[in-house]
Design a protein around this ligand. Structure first.
Ligand code: PLP
Length: 469
């Protein structure tokens, strides 16, 4: 594939260091084989997340210098609100310090214990926030979205059948809202089609239940619609985004993704009563309604970032860079979830490490091994993140896929660095049978993947010596 052309030149650089293999081995063990706990100065290429890791533009830095730090109704809030309204068209714009704060505020006001929130696939913080309110987070993605080999163009689509079943099973009184995550992060960064969003929207309107978008990567989703969905080739990404949001009643947004900033978020709502309740809670937990948890300069950077993310040359480069990494991995024999998603490549760890059962966290093993091998940090999206006991039977339920996500920060790494990442992953895939499973030695009560400690099963080494094969 051709190198995706960067529509940028570099103005500021940040030195990164490589630490020795022996040092990496020591760090990994000290971190309990959990790469979340490795200090970032011991990481060479950091693909843990695309969240809050974007490089801001000169225009965003300039906007930050002119940020208005007035407590109430600052000029920066006016810019923030205008920039959001230009795309999102919802009545109430409520700033929050990041996406999960928007989720927490929304579910605190809208979800009662025992209620059910359907989504294509809940992101981890979204699921945790629903469950924190005593709600049930229900995933209703289409079947293709659960098949890593399926090459469908819109694997983030919601299954209308599963959604209808949920309404039949629980009744609409128990379903306060429906969510749709664009793109579907936990399902591989796969897009949702406009046709599907329309169908879900019509269904929700028939039921009289609001549809709320989890909008973190809306621009990347819109770019996929333009490229892949019939009838949108000549529609701009901005027009597509506007049409998408017109189908819903609000959204949660982590500005750390497609608003190209390091911190920030917002909640948009059309419902006046709900917005009022949320705003009261906002004042208690986040801040005055015109800054949420953000500084004026952060609002200013979001306002500018939302303009830049609509740049289609940027989106072509961005999504092209991610696709190129995926294609290189595949060509080196590392199986990836297909098609390659918008913000990340997802390695299919079950296929790389078929000898490791789900109860021994194959995707976490691969994640630890690429750090050991090359100082590359990715993140497990598999049983460490999602394994849970069935609330009715108490039996362990495992996720459908064991994935390692390599999320690409926006405008940060070069093609050379990502080629290096692909080579490291290929070397680890070759080591496959020599890698040991992991077991948990300590875990917290929720969101355990962030802090859990693990060790190689039986307390041995992650990588068996060559002679042991
Ligand atoms: C990142 C993310 C969130 C949470 O946003 P934070 O800013 O990290 O709190 C919610 N949903 C999706 C799909 C995300 O990717």
């Amino acid at each position: 594939m051709d190198l995706p052309f960067e529509p940028y030149r570099i103005k500021v650089v940040e030195r990164i260091q490589r630490v020795s293999r022996a040092e990496r081995a020591r760090r990994l063990e000290a971190a309990g084989y959990n790469v979340f706990k490795i200090p970032s100065d011991a990481i060479y290429v950091d693909l843990l997340t695309d969240s809050g890791t974007s490089a801001m533009s000169d225009q965003q830095w300039a906007a930050m210098m002119t940020g208005d730090e007035a407590y109430a109704f600052s000029r920066s809030f006016a810019d923030f609100e205008r920039s959001i309204r230009d795309i999102f068209s919802y009545r109430h714009v409520i700033p929050t310090h990041q996406g999960r704060a928007a989720e927490s505020l929304l579910f605190a006001a809208a979800v009662a214990p025992g209620q059910v929130v359907p989504n294509n696939i809940h992101f981890d913080t979204t699921r945790a926030n629903v469950e924190h309110r005593g709600g049930i987070a229900l995933d209703c993605v289409c079947d293709e979205g659960l098949d890593p080999e399926n090459e469908g163009p819109f694997k983030g689509d919601m299954s209308l059948d599963k959604l209808a079943e949920a309404f039949e099973k629980y009744g609409k009184e128990r379903i306060p809202l429906v969510m749709l995550t664009i793109t579907n992060n936990s399902g591989g960064g796969q897009p949702v089609s406009m046709a599907n969003a329309r169908a879900v929207s019509e269904f929700c309107r028939d039921m009289g239940v609001p549809l709320i978008f989890d909008a973190c990567r809306f621009a990347e989703n819109a770019w996929f619609i333009q490229q892949r969905e019939e009838g949108f080739a000549d529609t701009t990404v901005k027009e597509i985004s506007r049409e998408m949001f017109s189908l819903g009643d609000g959204c949660t947004m982590s500005a750390k993704k497609d608003a190209l900033v390091n911190i920030g978020g917002f909640l948009c709502l059309n419902d006046d009563d709900l917005a009022l309740e949320v705003t009261n809670d906002l004042i208690l937990h986040e801040g005055f309604p015109t800054y949420g948890g953000m500084a004026g300069r952060d609002l200013a950077a979001v306002a500018q970032g939302l303009k830049e993310v609509m740049d289609e040359e940027y989106l072509a480069y961005r999504i092209g860079q991610v696709r190129r990494l995926g294609e290189r991995l595949e060509s080196l024999g590392v199986p990836c979830l297909k098609p390659i998603g918008g913000h990340a490549v997802y390695i299919n760890a079950s296929r790389v490490l078929p000898h490791i059962p789900q109860s021994e966290f194959p995707a976490q093993v691969f994640t630890a091994a690429i750090y050991l091998e090359g100082g590359v940090r990715g993140v497990e999206i598999g049983s460490l993140m999602f394994e849970h006991a069935d609330p009715d039977t108490g039996e362990m339920v495992y996720p459908a896929m064991e994935l390692v996500r390599l999320a690409i920060p926006r405008r940060v790494y070069t093609h050379t660095q990502l080629d290096y990442v692909a080579d490291v992953c290929a070397r680890v895939a070759e080591l496959g049978p020599r890698l040991s499973g992991l077991e948990i030695t300590w875990q917290p009560p929720s969101l355990r993947h962030f802090t859990a400690k693990l060790q190689p099963v039986g307390g041995g080494d992650l990588l068996a010596p060559e002679s042991a094969q």
